[in-house]
Design a protein around this ligand. Sequence first.
Ligand SMILES: [Zn+2]
Length: 283
Amino acid sequence: MDPNVVFAIMNVILAGMFGAVIGSFTNVCIYRIPEGRTIVKGHSMCMTCSHELGALDLVPIFSWLCLGGKCRYCKTPISSRYIKIESLTALMYILMAATHLSMFPDPMDPSGSFYPFIELCALFIMINIVIVEMMIMKDTGSSMYRLSAALGIDFLVQIIGRVLTVVTTDASLKEAVATWIENILAGLLIGVVAVFIAVIFSSKPKELGKYFSDKKMRAIRTSDLFAIVLCGCIGILPAAVAAIVYMIARIAIGNGKNVKYLGTILAAGAAVGYFANCLIQVL
Ligand SMILES: [Zn+2]
């Protein structure tokens, strides 16, 4: 087998295992931060019988499955949130690793740059900040800012990297900058169109003016504006997916104050488009 394929598979598997471990730590953060407790010290214990948990009780994903979702000592059911967060993190890490294979260090070429790998690790960490925030804040929108910031930073770093590699020849630099600007403008346009359609279809003709004047609509206006900005940050394909998903959800909820899940829906749409885009580039 091609050693590169072996390294690629190993990297994806290791990323998944690492994701499950980080997911386990994410669970600790979700439970302890709101209570003001430290996340670095102290043993984990059962919330019902307070029995201290051993190493075998703390293996991510597998412990929950092997124990049938119950405490080993008092048999009280354990929240399925633990395994959901661990599996979600593992899955996200696997997706990130599989779509960013070129960013892992090349074992055949130790002199290669570690910079892309550091950037990838920063993205991994940001994914977990988003998950912790979503769970603690019950998502009131702040998580989507983090996720889109992560996707936007990754996009910008890729573009800047591309610009720097062609900086020696003027013609290709011009081309790279032009592509960059085209990408941002196209994303912004997609966002504006999606929000425009959503506003038209979720208001009665008489109420259209209220959209801009009514104080009650501030939350939904912020959400709309953010959808547009996000679309401009993440490139054409992710923007298209995010915009369509957002538009449908936005029309479905109308102009109500209930914008609670719009952020998560927009972020999920952006993530789907983002990974699809990465997969297309890999294939
Ligand atoms: Zn117990």
